[in-house]
Design a binder for this molecule. Structure first.
Ligand code: SF4
Length: 289
């Protein structure tokens, strides 16, 4: 496979074929993110993508899932994306699912008909970095969209037939807006009603603007207790028709996995036990991205 730079994928795509059709992120300005800072955003050459699809067909014919990398495959022009998905379907007929990261800004450039066409061609899962539902926080981190835009564009994906997996970031609002961030995120998650939610805990990365803010005393990361309180508020305020809420990423202090609405009370009692100090939390040295 012709990979350029570090390849990132959601934890759920650990066993997927990783097909890189773009390099970098079309936005690349979030203050906490260093994933693609070293990469210029490009859409890869069709010949390279087709060679990789043929390679995958020859070497991974029994894989059930494929993930389109890098940061934002939906920004690829529709005709090219359709051609890629048709080739995937033709050469890897055993796939049960094709997924991608999706940026709220890029979804806007696809019409409802185009989104439905992608689903029809097998691209059925979109992983969206919501980070927060708090507009002040979204502006502060330079996310490039507000909460109303996130709700509107994720709703369009939903209606087109995409399953949605949303990521939220505990700690991203700092101590100052911690509780507002948690409550507003619950509001937006409820409005979008995704099938999957992944809560990660912010880890400051050297080289990012947010790291520099923290070093200069302009940003204060909540500690384990503050982050747990955010998780508690999110579980209190998020209502799903039926979805999985994971907080078992390596960055989290308290691993948690709950199906909502069924497991809400169990999740809340686990979080509250941890807040009372009755559960041991992951030590800082064992946390990772
Ligand atoms: S949109 Fe995602 S990949 Fe791009 S800079 Fe923001 S967090 Fe990073």
């Amino acid at each position: 496979m012709h990979y350029e730079g570090t390849i990132y994928r959601p934890p759920s795509e650990a066993n997927s074929i990783l097909l890189q059709i773009t390099t970098g992120c079309s936005h690349n300005r979030c203050t906490f993110c260093e994933m693609y800072r070293d990469k210029r955003f490009t859409v890869k050459e069709m010949a390279t993508i087709m060679a990789d699809i043929n390679f995958a067909a020859a070497h991974f014919p029994h894989h059930r899932k494929l993930f389109l990398c890098d940061g934002d495959a939906l920004v690829v022009p529709q005709a090219k994306l359709v051609e890629i998905l048709r080739a995937i379907r033709q050469h890897l007929p055993g796939l049960a699912r094709v997924a991608t990261y999706a940026n709220v800004k890029s979804i806007r450039f696809k019409s409802d008909e185009e989104l439905a066409e992608l689903v029809e061609l097998g691209l059925t899962m979109a992983c969206v970095g919501l980070e927060s539902g708090d507009d002040v926080t979204l502006t502060a981190i330079n996310k490039g969209n507000d909460s109303a835009q996130a709700i509107a564009q994720c709703t369009r994906l939903h209606r087109a037939g995409f399953k949605l997996s949303l990521t939220v970031l505990l700690g991203i609002a700092g101590i100052a807006r911690s509780e507002i961030h948690a409550r507003e995120t619950g509001r937006v998650l409820t409005a979008i009603d995704p099938k999957f939610i992944g809560a990660l805990t912010l880890m400051l990365t050297p080289g990012t603007p947010l790291f520099a803010d923290a070093e200069a005393g302009r940003f204060h990361l909540p500690g384990a207790r503050g982050v747990l309180r955010e998780l508690e508020i999110m579980f209190e305020t998020t209502t799903l028709s039926g979805g999985l809420f994971h907080a078992n990423h390596a960055s989290n202090y308290l691993p948690l996995r709950a199906r909502l609405p069924r497991d809400r009370e169990r999740a809340l009692s686990e979080i509250r036990a941890a807040l009372r100090g009755e559960t041991s939390l992951k030590s800082e040295s064992l946390r990772g991205l």
